[in-house]
Every structure is written in C-alpha cells, then in structure tokens.
Design a protein around this ligand. Structure first.
Ligand code: ADP
Length: 588
C-alpha cells in the first residue's frame, strides 16, 4: 500500500516548491499579530465582546433545533400521537425566530467591528504614508502600496476579527454537538469519534492524490500553450531557419507529457474515486451497525439515533472551518508583515522638539555649504552649494539634467534635510522651524501639475481651504485662466476629472498658477513650469508666471530661455556644484 502510494505520488509529483510554500512558518507570529493590531480593535472591545457572546449562542440554537427533531420522532411519530406536536411546533417557532434575530445580530456586529477596524487601520497607514519621506514612496511601486492599504489590511481583519468569531463559533459547535453525542449515548459517541476521523482521514489522503493529479494536468496544459505561442509568435524566425521539425518535436514532447498526466489522473481518479466512497461508506456502516445494536438493546431511541447521526454530520462543518482558519492565518500574517514593514518606516524629516512656527516672512533665502546625497545614491546630488537670495528676488537655476536642481527644490520644502551645511529662511535654519509652518510660506509649482479630482474652484482653493469665490476668480483672472474656465460646461463648478484629464497641459498649469496665487506665499519654488507644453501654451503661461513671481522670493528651475529671462540672476549647477553662469544665459 505504502509503496503503491509512493509510486503514485512520484507519478504526479507537485511542482517543486509548491508544498514547501504552504508549509512555511508564518512570518509574523500570531501572538505578534494580535499584539500589534489589538490597539486598533481596542476601542470596540465591548461591541466585540457582545459579538463573541452571539457567536457562542448561535450554535446553541442550532443544537436545540436538532434536538427538537428527536422529540418529533420519539413523541409524535413512534407513538402516532399528535398531542405533543403543538408544543414542539411552538418550540420550533421560538427557536427559529429568536435564533434568527441572534444570528442577524451576530453577523451585523461582526461586520460593524470589522469595518470600523479596517477603516482605522487604513487611515492610520494612509496618514503614516503621508508623513514618510518622499523617497520611500518613490522607491515603492504605487500598486504595491495600494495593495498593502487594501488587500493586506483586509487579510489581517479577516483573521483577527473574522477568524476569532469563526473560531469561537466552530469550537462552540464542536463542544455542543460533541456533548450532545455523549448525552445521547456515550458508547456510540466513543465508537463514532474514533471510527469517523479514521475513515475520514484515509479518504482525505486518497482524494488528496486525485486533486494533485488534476493540478498537475492543469499545470502541464499551461506549458503547452506557452510552447505553442512561443513557436507561432516567432514563426518567421523558425521558418527562415528551417527549424519547424525541432519545434514540432518540442510541441510533441509537451503534448506527450500532458497525455501522460491526463492518463495518470484518470487512472487515479477512477481507481480511487470508488475506493474513497467505499471507505466512507465503511465508516457509516460501522456507526450505523453499532447504533442499530444499541437501538435493539434499548439504549437509544429511534429519534435519538436519527439526531445522533445529524449531530455527527454537523461536526464536519466546524472541523472544516477550523482547518480553513489556518489558511487565513497564513494570509493574515503575510499581510501583517507587509503592513508592519511600512509602519516601521520612520519619517526622516520630523519637527525638532524645539521647532517653532514661522510667522511673518520677508523671504530671504540662504544656502550654506549644502551637501546632500540621496539615500542609496553613489554620489552626492549637491556638494557645498552656497547661495543667497534676497527678498523678492528671482533666481533661475539652470544646468544639465541630473545636476541637482530638483534636489535643491526638495530641500527647500524640507522633503529632506541636508547631510552637511544648512538652509536658512530669514536667518532661521529650516530644521528649527516646524515643517507645516515652513510649507505654509513656501509655494511649489511642478512640471507635472497633479490636480485632485474636484471642481475647478476646489482645485484652485486646494492650497488654502476656505478661500472665497471672489478671491478664486481674481486669481484665475491673473493666471489667465478665467476665460477658459468660463467656457467649461459648469464654469468654476466643472469637475476636472482625475489628474485633470479634461484640461490641456497649458490649462492645468494656469490653474496651478492660480492656486499658487491664492496661497500667496512669500517664497516660491518653480520646477520646470513650462516643460512639456507646446509653444503656444508656453507663450500663454509666461505672463501669468511673471505676475506670480512678482514680489516673491523665487527659485526658478527651468531650461526655457523665455522663462529664465524673467530672473534677476542665473545660477548654474553642474554635478551638484555651483559654477559660473554663462553670459548668454543672462540675456537669453
Ligand atoms: P535635476 O533636477 O538637475 O535634473 P536631480 O536633482 O533630479 O537633478 O538629480 C540630481 C542627482 O540625484 C541625479 O544624479 C539623480 O540621479 C539623483 N537622484 C535624484 N533623485 C533621487 C532619488 N530619489 N534617489 C536617488 N538618487 C536620486
């Protein structure tokens, strides 16, 4: 038997590693999972306790309902007496109604707690992501972050809350139904609880083999498709090299292996399918035989035997849900690992304990010997950069791509701090200021202006919630955006669509200028504001940009001579260092 099984197994060997994958220990232990995520569930602990109480009561109603059937058989059917039926029916009715209410409450309370937990964990993670340094977000794929925010958090919830409730209900069922078995007849209970798992386990081993053979078959048909697709997609190459025979041989080989897998699967299925039935039947017969014997000896009533079998079959359910629970443990712990990894990322830029809020800014900027290297980069992006910008002055930063211009912009908004040297605003080291108050005074306008999906008015007011309609319109007029906005179907109330799909690049940029005007910050950082626009759009943007920069300390990063012409001074960066500006750039 053992040899036969081993040979069969060799025949339908699972793909390498598949078994190991499942058997691997969970990366985050269950205890840690609870310890780390319990704080999010804690506020709902009273509701959760109620949910658990319901989870315990629901199986009691199920057990009672089955028991009523014993009364029907023994007190109504066997003596052929209609009398007790009234009471039994009343019992059924009561159990059904009350049980229904309890079951509804159980479901609803579980969902309520689960959804609140999900919302809280997701919100915590989302706000944590926004506190992290930009490069953490740059380094990761957006889709991956979104999965962690949705699927992985869901997996944790399924286990921590859903899993606990399922586990409690399953255990309660096991205890209640198992207890009922012993109450009916301890002898038959002992026999069944020894015999049934034994036969069940044997049957499972066989059906496992059948399943594995089927899986192998599926796997091989996948590789056939791959081979055929590869050969046909490269038909020109294959034919030009006269390799049709080789490809045919490869195709045949794959087909043959599918044929073998199919035949093996059929052999196993047709051999073991009936065998599984026989084994299961044997288990049933042993229990039935013993039951009948106890029936004749008077230890069991007919109704007792019938509901005994009912309880016995009902035991499969909880056993199955408990074993399914082990799967949720694996996905929850994998999810927890990915969520905890994100939560473990520390923001690099935080408020210093002594940081104070910035108020009333003149706008004098200074860089003192600033050196900065991106995490993981080989060379510094900025080396000993020193620069002074007077209030209201516009300084253009030019230089080849990769020179460090955007990096400088990042440091000005404190998306990161320099490794050496300091940046100062009105003589205050940026690290002595709170991050929020700094960003309240420094406006940023990027090359690719991202707009939230909102109305035009909301987009303009995004930088300063609460801005009035008149202010918004005035800013739009100054930004040269009022005319095209008025032509939109709903004017300022038109939704711009995700990422501003409804608008052209130039229109989006003019909205960004309007937004910067509404924010009205004394310091401005413009990073390639005209890149990607066609000549006409660029032309229309120049006026608004000039009006925006007027009277503000501006760092203007641009390749565009027409834009650079607005600057009072041009600074050239090369490989992270300031070099002398070329004369033409000043007059360009
Ligand atoms: P510019 O804006 O002048 O084109 P950047 O400031 O974008 O230059 O880049 C300066 C240098 O820093 C480049 O060598 C670039 O490869 C590197 N760099 C920029 N951003 C990152 C980042 N997030 N991580 C690692 N290196 C970076």
């Amino acid at each position: 038997m053992r040899r036969l099984r081993e040979r069969l197994r060799a025949l339908v060997a699972p793909p390498a590693g598949a078994e190991r994958l499942v058997a691997e220990a969970p990366p985050v232990a269950v205890r840690e999972l609870f310890a780390r995520f319990w704080p999010y569930a804690r506020p709902y602990r009273l509701v959760m306790a109620a949910g658990l109480a319901f989870a315990l009561v629901v199986p009691a109603f199920e057990a009672a309902e089955i028991w009523l059937f014993k009364l029907v058989v023994d007190d109504v059917f066997v003596p052929r007496d209609l009398g007790p039926l009234v009471w039994i029916a009343a019992g059924y009715l009561a159990i059904t109604v009350v049980g229904g209410v309890v079951s509804f409450l159980d479901d609803y309370v579980d969902a309520w707690v689960g959804q609140h937990f999900l919302l809280d964990v997701r919100a915590a993670l989302f706000s944590h992501l926004h506190r992290l340094s930009l490069d953490v977000l740059d380094r990761r794929r957006l889709g991956d972050l979104v999965t962690r925010l949705t699927g992985d958090v869901q997996a944790i919830e399924s286990f921590i809350l859903g899993g606990v409730s399922i586990g409690v209900t399953a255990l309660a069922r096991l205890v209640l139904f198992g207890g009922a078995l012993f109450l009916l007849s301890w002898r038959l209970a002992l026999v069944s609880l020894i015999v049934t798992p034994l036969f069940w386990w044997t049957a499972r081993r066989f059906s496992g083999l059948v399943k594995r053979a089927a899986r192998e078959k599926r796997r091989r048909s996948g590789s056939l498709a791959a081979v055929a697709e590869e050969a046909l997609a490269n038909a020109m190459l294959v034919q030009s090299l006269n390799r049709q025979d080789t490809e045919l041989e490869r195709f045949r080989r794959e087909n043959r292996s599918i044929m073998e897998a199919e035949l093996a699967a059929t052999r196993i299925r047709s051999l073991f399918g009936p065998l599984v039935d026989v084994v299961e039947l044997a288990g049933v017969i042993v229990v039935l035989g013993t039951g009948t014997w106890l029936l004749t000896s008077g230890e069991l009533t007919v109704g007792g035997l019938i509901v005994f079998l009912a309880y016995l079959t009902q035991l499969y359910g909880p056993v199955r849900s408990l074993s399914r629970l082990s799967n949720t443990i694996f996905s929850a712990s994998a999810g927890a690992e990915r969520v905890l990894e994100l939560l473990a990322e520390e923001p690099r830029v935080t408020d210093a304990p002594h940081a104070r809020a910035l108020a009333g800014v003149d706008g004098e900027l200074e860089l003192r010997d600033v050196t900065y290297r991106h995490p993981g980069a080989a060379a510094p992006a900025l080396r000993d950069v020193s620069l002074r910008v007077l209030p209201g002055e516009t300084v253009a930063l030019v230089g080849p791509s990769g020179a460090g211009k955007s990096t400088l912009a990042r440091l000005l908004l404190r998306f990161d701090d320099p490794d050496a040297g300091a940046l100062l605003l009105d003589g205050h080291d940026l690290r002595d200021l709170t991050v929020a108050s700094l960003r309240d005074h420094v406006g940023l306008l990027l090359q690719e202006t991202l707009l939230p999906d909102a109305t035009v008015a909301e987009v303009i007011a995004y930088g300063r919630p609460g801005a009035g309609d008149a202010e918004i319109e005035a800013a739009a007029r100054t930004a040269g955006a009022h005319d095209f906005i008025s032509a939109l179907p709903d004017g300022y109330g038109t939704r711009v669509g995700q990422r501003g799909r409804m608008l052209s690049g130039g229109q989006r940029q003019r909205l960004a200028v309007a937004r910067a005007l509404v924010r009205d910050t004394p310091v401005l950082v413009l990073d390639e504001p005209t890149t990607g626009l066609d000549a006409a759009a660029r032309e229309r943007l120049l006026g608004p940009l000039g009006r925006l920069m007027e009277g503000r300390t501006t760092i203007l990063i641009s390749h565009d001579p027409a834009v650079v012409a607005h600057a009072d001074r041009v600074i050239r960066l090369e490989e992270g260092r300031v070099v002398e500006p070329v004369a033409e750039e000043l007059t360009a």
